[in-house]
Design a protein around this ligand. Structure first.
Ligand code: SF4
Ligand code: SF4
Length: 56
């Protein structure tokens, strides 16, 4: 399962976008959106200052 974003906690800081080695995170209306090609590395979860990303 790919990483998941809790949109209620996402502040739109884009730290996850910068951290993702595969470039699958895009911003959609100020919220991070994880693409289908996520390889479950966990880098975005570690990078998120708001705890908005969880690994399923
Ligand atoms: S788990 Fe890794 S590949 Fe998937 S969105 Fe996060 S940083 Fe990118
Ligand atoms: S790092 Fe966290 S708060 Fe920042 S855009 Fe990504 S999911 Fe949202």
């Amino acid at each position: 399962m790919p990483a998941k974003v809790d949109e209620n906690n996402c502040t739109g800081c884009e730290a996850c976008v910068a951290a993702c080695p595969t470039g699958v995170i895009t911003m959609d209306n100020g919220k991070a959106k994880i693409g289908a090609d996520c390889v479950d590395c966990g880098a975005c979860e570690s990078a998120c200052p708001s705890g908005a990303i969880t690994m399923a």
